[in-house]
Design a protein around this ligand. Structure first.
Ligand code: AMP
Ligand code: ZN
Length: 142
């Protein structure tokens, strides 16, 4: 766990340090995968960086490399045909645990009985409005 920042009061850091139990699925030097104990579908699990960062943009790039491969490995092994990968940042965006985490959520059927339900409030923006926003974002990336 060299280079790994942890926060004593964080529940996921406690899982990383083995201070509270988890149903551990996978581990590398930089990530941990374990079952979600409040699942919205059978097989719902989480992949987290061991490094404590509140939101994705706070996570150092060198702590990111194992996350997507772990999610893909879980998806292949679990064998669910349909699933969502979800990563929430901030309370309005449904983040409850302030340690970066990626949800793997099987979607066994199209109804809302199990798995993720997604609201998709399409904003009906004109191409001019999209272009203006594009220029703002692109400018910030440069
Ligand atoms: P989010 O709303 O994206 O912050 O999701 C946090 C997730 O962490 C929820 O799905 C919780 O059920 C899950 N969770 C909270 N505490 C634990 C824990 N001790 N072990 C496993 N999962 C947890
Ligand atoms: Zn943490």
């Amino acid at each position: 766990m060299s280079n790994i920042k942890t926060l004593a009061s964080c529940i996921f850091c406690k899982i990383v340090k083995g201070e509270i139990p988890s149903f551990k699925l996978m581990e590398t030097d930089s990530i941990l995968a374990f079952m979600d104990i409040g699942p919205i579908a059978r097989g719902h699990c989480l992949v987290i960086p061991k490094y404590h960062a509140e939101k994705l943009a706070d996570l150092p790039e060198d702590q990111m490399a194992d996350i997507l491969p772990a999610l893909a490995k879980i998806a292949k092994a679990a064998g669910n045909e349909d699933y969502n990968i979800l990563q929430n940042n901030g309370r309005p965006a449904h983040q409850q645990v302030d340690h970066v985490h990626f949800h793997y959520i099987p979607k066994p059927s199209a109804d809302d009985k199990e798995g993720l339900g997604v609201g998709w409030p399409a904003q009906n923006l004109s191409m001019d409005e999209i272009k203006k926003i594009y220029e703002e974002v692109k400018g910030k990336l440069e």
